[in-house]
Every structure is written in C-alpha cells, then in structure tokens.
Design a protein around this ligand. Structure first.
Ligand SMILES: [Zn+2]
Ligand SMILES: [Zn+2]
Length: 350
C-alpha cells in the first residue's frame, strides 16, 4: 500500500482562548517551519472555525478543534470533527460520549499531569476513568513535561532552552496506554500545548514562554494517509481534514520529538502471510507474524518493541525485525540516549 505521510503539530491555543498568538500568525509560523497541518484547540470554543480560518494556508492546513473541560477545570479533552462545543457544566463522562455521538474524535489531554512545586499553576489531570468512549490519549505533552521538570535551580536554563528539557512521556501515561490497548484500540498522540504566554522575567524584561515557532520544532504528530492531497485546491480541504481525522481515529499515526531528529519515514508494521498490517490495525494471528520497524536516518538509536507494555525485542542496529507467535498489543519506540524520540501506535494481535 502506498502511504503518504503528513506531519503536524497538535494542541495549540490562540487569542481565542489563553494563547497569545493570532490564528493567522500561528499558521504563518507553521508554514515557515514546513508543517503540513496544525490542530488548534482553544479552550471551550471553536471560534477559529466559526470565523472561517479552517482550510489550506499555502502548504499548511489548519484544522480546528477545541479543548473541553469540566466545571472543576479538570478532564481536559481535545475534541475534533465537531461543529459545536459543549458547556463546561456537562460532566466529563457525558462530553466524551457526546463528542463520539456527534461523529467526532477526542483525546484525554495531559492525563497524568502533576505540578506539585508550582501553586500558581495547578495540574489538570484526567480523573474520569469510568468512560470508554474516548478515541485516545495525549501521551506526550510538551508544556506539562516542561512545567513538571521546572525547579528554582533550573528555571532560567529551562526558559532559555525550552526544547532541551523534554525527555520522555510520563511513565504512568505509557503504562495506562499499554494496559487499555489490550482491550481496544486507544490512539496515542503527542501535543505541544502551545500558548506562547508572555511573562515578566526577573522584573527585567517580558519574555514569551515557548514561542509557537519553538514549540513547532518539538513534539510532532505524523499521520499516514492513503492518498495525496493538493493543497493548492481549496475544495480538497474537507476531504483532507476528514482523512486526517479518520487516520487519527484508526491509529494510523506516530509521534516524535522533532528536536532529536526528523522522524519522517519511520514505519512500524507486521507481515502475516501476504498481508501487511500497520499501526492501528488489528488482526487474528494465524501461526506467526513478522514485526518490521524501520527507522529513518543513520544516527545511533535504541529501537524497542513492547508487547502489552513489556519489552519484547530491541535493537541498536537501526531497523528491527522479529517474529511473534503470541497475541498482544504491540508498539514500537525509538530512543536516543535516555530520551524518547519516536513512539508508534499499537498493532493489536488477537
Ligand atoms: Zn489542558
Ligand atoms: Zn491546552
């Protein structure tokens, strides 16, 4: 199967909620960095969509969703493919179901966020685990990890080098993802949570925390489509958006920390007989199947395949292949040193 890879940035706030950037400005930054798409998620509003910003802007597509929360400001939920947002008085369990019923998709945002050291910035974790209607989870969130690692001692370094402090998705989130994936497809995505807040540093100068342009070099979501789209034909936009949302729903996606290298071309597949299965797929195991992981570039990496969250195979020799004889939820990850680089979605073998 011929697949076309589109790379973008997910989870972005603009002036329509608590971000500092105008939508046109944010799209311009994304274009300058060569992103194929960005997915805007202002808090509880779809204004960017209502005001007609969705569509192709040069070589970058702007897809508008929103980040919904409950009345305690917890259970942040990234929703896409819907035409209206939902009141913050609605409990999380209900909005997760309502998004699904409306034909949309949704991801638990920063589900295990912890920020004990900053009273002024409380964490917003996911607390409503009695629901199974969500499409997936935001496994990696730049902003959450950066905030969590922030200490009095490293804060100036962290401000100056916002990309260097990003190491790994939270272990708890990875474990939850691997556990839930044994029962059904749970799609993992990576988000930046860009706001470009302006803060006053040391009372000396106003600095922008994580300008959009910097964050667009951080965690990226790569999506594989069956078709190529011509961004110069604006009428193709709705089909492109639907294809992106559909691929996300089906788990045909991986995410990577672009700061460590361009992950374009990474593939995780399984071959059973003459059929090839890709990320997000499920199939019944005949006798055995072969795992194939291919990693772009020539730098030294550690490639790992996990089965139900437990290390199953690894390689330091670039690509990896291995034979499986047991069912399970398999995913691949690529590490560079002690830092996570690429994370695939699961292939579920039944
Ligand atoms: Zn949030
Ligand atoms: Zn957010």
């Amino acid at each position: 199967m011929n697949m076309f890879e589109y790379t973008g940035s997910v989870h972005i706030h603009s002036v329509f909620s608590d971000g500092s950037g105008e939508v046109t400005e944010i799209v311009r930054f994304a274009r300058e960095l060569g992103l194929d798409f960005i997915m805007l998620t202002d808090h509880n509003t779809l204004r960017a969509k209502e005001e007609g910003f969705e569509g192709f802007h040069g070589n970058t597509a702007l897809i508008v969703g929103c980040e919904i929360n409950d009345k305690e400001n917890c259970n942040h939920y990234l929703a896409f493919g819907v035409d209206k947002t939902i009141s913050t008085r609605v409990p999380a369990k209900d909005y997760v179901r309502m998004i699904k019923e409306a034909g949309g998709i949704g991801f638990l945002a920063h589900p295990h966020e912890k920020r004990s050291s900053h009273k002024e910035y409380p964490p917003y974790p996911w607390t409503e685990w009695e629901t199974d209607d969500f499409t997936g989870m935001e496994i990696w969130n730049h902003m959450s990890e950066w905030m969590e690692n922030l200490t009095e001692e490293n804060k100036y370094h962290s401000f100056v080098h916002p990309l260097k402090s990003i190491k790994m998705p939270p272990q708890e989130t990875l474990e939850t993802w691997d556990r839930l994936s044994q029962n059904r497809r749970v799609v993992g995505i990576g988000g930046v949570d860009a706001h470009a807040h302006k803060v006053n540093l040391l009372g000396l100068m106003e600095v922008e925390v994580f300008p959009y342009k910097v964050l667009f070099k951080s965690i990226r979501t790569h999506i594989l489509l069956n078709e190529n789209y011509d961004f110069s034909i604006s009428e193709q936009y709705p089909r492109f958006r639907d294809a992106i949302l559909n691929a996300l729903k089906n788990g045909r996606t991986f995410f990577a920390n672009h700061y460590l290298g361009d992950a374009e071309g990474f593939r995780f597949a399984m071959v059973s007989g003459t059929t090839v299965y890709y990320m997000g797929d499920e199939f019944r195991l005949e006798k055995e199947a072969e795992i194939k992981v291919s990693v772009p570039g020539s730098a030294k990496n550690m490639v790992r395949v996990l089965r139900n969250g437990v290390l199953f195979a690894s390689s330091e020799e670039g690509d990896l292949s291995a034979v499986i004889t047991r069912p399970g939820a398999y995913r691949a990850e690529v590490l560079r040193g002690n830092r996570g680089w690429i994370f695939s979605n699961h292939i579920r073998v039944l």
